[in-house]
Design a protein around this ligand. Sequence first.
Ligand SMILES: NC(=O)c1ccc[n+]([C@@H]2O[C@H](COP(=O)([O-])OP(=O)(O)OC[C@H]3O[C@@H](n4cnc5c(N)ncnc54)[C@H](O)[C@@H]3O)[C@@H](O)[C@H]2O)c1
Length: 326
Amino acid sequence: MSLGVAVIGAGVMGSEHARLVREETSGAHLVAVCDADPARAEAAARGARVFDDAHALIASPDVKAVVIASPDATHAEYALACLAAGKPVLCEKPIAATAAEGMKIVEAELSLGRRLVQVGFMRRFDAAYREMRRTLASGRIGEAVLLHNIHRNLAAPDWFTGAMTVTNSFVHEIDISRWLLGSEMLSAQVFPAGPAGLLMIVMRTAKDEVVSTEVNINGGYGYHVHAQLVGTKGTIEMAPPTHTLTNAAGEHGFGFPRDWIPRFAQAYRDQMQAWVNAAREGMVVGASAWDGYVTSAVAKRIVAVMDKGDAARIALPEPPPLYLGA
Ligand SMILES: NC(=O)c1ccc[n+]([C@@H]2O[C@H](COP(=O)([O-])OP(=O)(O)OC[C@H]3O[C@@H](n4cnc5c(N)ncnc54)[C@H](O)[C@@H]3O)[C@@H](O)[C@H]2O)c1
């Protein structure tokens, strides 16, 4: 039976998730949308029911699974309500506005005795990252030594503060670095550079790998994500993110999109399909609530030291058995 999916938050991400459910996902259909702005909800719903109260949407019997794409500060409240209703959740990153709220979601799953939350770290579904992980596992480049990440945005809005560079943007690299390397982060240090909010963040893992990331929220030319993994016997890095090269106006090359949706279009699509497939089987794939919590806990430690220039020691609790092997 087709899974009735509802979307909370119909902004940039929520309207794309609603479109994916409507047009590009098999085994699911869009039943409802909720947004603080009714016009946005209406536009994304395209005939599905519109709610002005997210809790009423979560309680609705025809809503069998929920995508949370409202602002970070609302994630924990809505995810906990979904868990109380026993409904699977695809919660946009970060899992919550704080690590403490993320832990409440973990605790709610522990008391239910089952997992229902997938965090929207869609890079785990990206073909390039998947190939890098497979290649590392194959032994072809030897043991991992260093991971270089680049995360550049065109321009950040005024309200995007220094800490959000870590808690909202860099969380992608925390998650994907853990996932690629299969390592937890042990320490981190932040090197601010230039006048426009650029952060160079260097982390060391429990297996002694180094993860360097340029988080550049005002890169000035487009959305650009890149990664290169250096092993003891070779390296693997992303190819330019393009299917075509254009000759025009005296130049040869490809363009960068203004935001993340074109770059990760297939990853968002594959993430949605995988979530629906798993939800229909009563399972969870992708980043777990535990992964979401760990990512926010690492981000919190980095934010605590970023203005002082100190290295942060990162101490994480052991994963509960519910999450082992997840
Ligand atoms: N996975 C990714 O690559 C990615 C990319 C961008 C954003 N995000 C995450 O997605 C979430 C949404 O980001 P966005 O860029 O779409 O933001 P946005 O501002 O475009 O959309 C948020 C929407 O939520 C609505 N809203 C506000 N409060 C609400 C509430 N209490 N209940 C219901 N709706 C409410 C707003 O009216 C708005 O339409 C954020 O948590 C962000 O971190 C993820």
